[in-house]
Design a protein around this ligand. Structure first.
Ligand code: SF4
Length: 373
């Protein structure tokens, strides 16, 4: 079967020779075409690494015309609400505080500033590569209060929990975490409930599922009849997940399947979950694009309040404002693709990003721009 590109002509044709198993990739794409034919199917991935892989390998250009690969709320920086970014910026302005953050957060615009702008204005904001670096920073600078900007999903939280326990063991009094951590399943429920989007299947996140396992996704089948497939990041992993989702969605036999057994155990990682549970309690959280979702965030438990930057520092944070014209919220819930934002590629580019989806290395707008989708 000839596979015709359906995306913008500017995109490079797929270089199958770069794939580990080009023959299998070809077969899987043909299988997708024969399964879907002229029918319409909306599949959503909810992992920033999948977003980049789908863009990098150009998969949208070889899908059947009716099969849409939508990007959901899988980029942790992108889903962080402006009110949380503003709060971290307010902390950065305190004379005694050093903010330690992953690099992706630096250029994310809050309502009126960014961490990069605050650093340029002379405030102490440092990029770290692990929360352990933030602990080291606190030990080296006892005169400073080091606040780690805790942003991320289930993959990140066990490490943060371990760091808080480590700080407690070391008796570190000048280290704390600003927790804006979030959990993936409540966001999937919000998207399944959204009357403006129709999702026929979810490509479920490989990294997150190493911690959660499959059980937290079962509600998709029970409550909504939507299938899900946990998958890895190789080209054939993603293509296989599309085949499985198309088979289940089109035959009306939804299940949650694990197609990433080399990385994910069905039961996840109970030790990591126990660690998280020791330090964090489930709380409501505000997501960009999805609003406040019940029981979707993680707050530091009261017994570790000494390490909770929200508890330790009192700062005034003005009501958040969204970047004018930015449609990141709609992009994150799959209501539009980045092309639906009038600023895409015009006033909003990776060099001059307006919204977080163009800033983050895992953002949908950045992926569409970078790979000419
Ligand atoms: Fe926001 Fe820029 Fe994406 Fe538009 S193109 S949604 S302004 S990040």
């Amino acid at each position: 079967m000839a596979i015709l590109p359906t995306a913008a002509p500017a995109q490079e044709p797929i270089d199958f020779s770069a794939f580990r198993d080009p023959k299998l990739a070809h077969e899987l794409i043909e299988r997708i075409h024969s399964l879907v034919g002229e029918r319409s199917l909306n599949l959503m991935e909810v992992c920033g690494t999948h977003t980049m892989s789908i863009g990098r390998y150009g998969f949208r250009s070889v899908m059947p015309a009716g099969l849409h690969l939508l990007s959901g709320p899988g980029c942790p920086v992108c889903v962080t609400a402006n009110q949380d970014i503003d709060h971290i910026i307010a902390l950065a302005r305190l004379d005694t505080v050093t903010i330690a953050t992953f690099g992706d957060m630096m250029r994310v615009p809050g309502s009126t500033s960014s961490l990069a702008a605050e650093k340029a204005a002379g405030h102490d904001v440092r990029i770290v590569y692990s929360p352990l670096d933030a602990i080291r920073l606190a030990e080296e600078h006892p005169e400073r209060s080091v606040v780690f900007a805790g942003v991320g999903f289930e993959t990140t939280t066990p490490t943060i929990a371990a760091c808080i326990l480590e700080a407690a063991t070391r008796g570190l009094r000048n280290f704390s975490v600003f927790s804006a951590h979030k959990m993936t399943p409540p966001a999937l429920r919000a998207i399944a409930d959204d009357p403006e989007t129709r999702i026929d299947g979810f490509i479920l996140p490989g990294h997150v599922s190493t911690i959660t396992g499959l059980e937290p996704y079962q509600f998709l089948v029970g409550d909504y009849g939507i299938p899900g497939v946990v998958t890895g990041f190789e080209p054939v992993d993603i293509l296989e997940s599309i085949v499985l989702l198309a088979e289940m969605a089109l035959s009306g036999t939804p299940r949650i399947q694990n197609a990433y057994r080399r990385g994910v155990a069905d039961a996840g990682n109970p030790v990591a979950r126990k660690l998280v549970d020791q330090v964090f309690a489930v709380c409501d959280a505000t997501w960009r694009g999805l609003g406040t979702l019940p029981a979707s965030g993680l707050a530091i438990r009261e017994e570790y309040a000494a390490f909770d930057a929200r508890h330790r520092f009192s700062v005034e944070v003005q009501p958040a404002q969204e970047p004018r014209g930015c449609r990141c919220g709609d992009v994150l819930r799959g209501a539009i693709t980045p092309h639906g934002c009038p600023l895409f590629g015009r006033t909003c580019t990776p060099e001059h990003p307006v919204g977080p989806c163009m800033v983050s290395s895992e953002g949908s707008c950045a992926a569409y721009f970078r790979y000419h989708e």
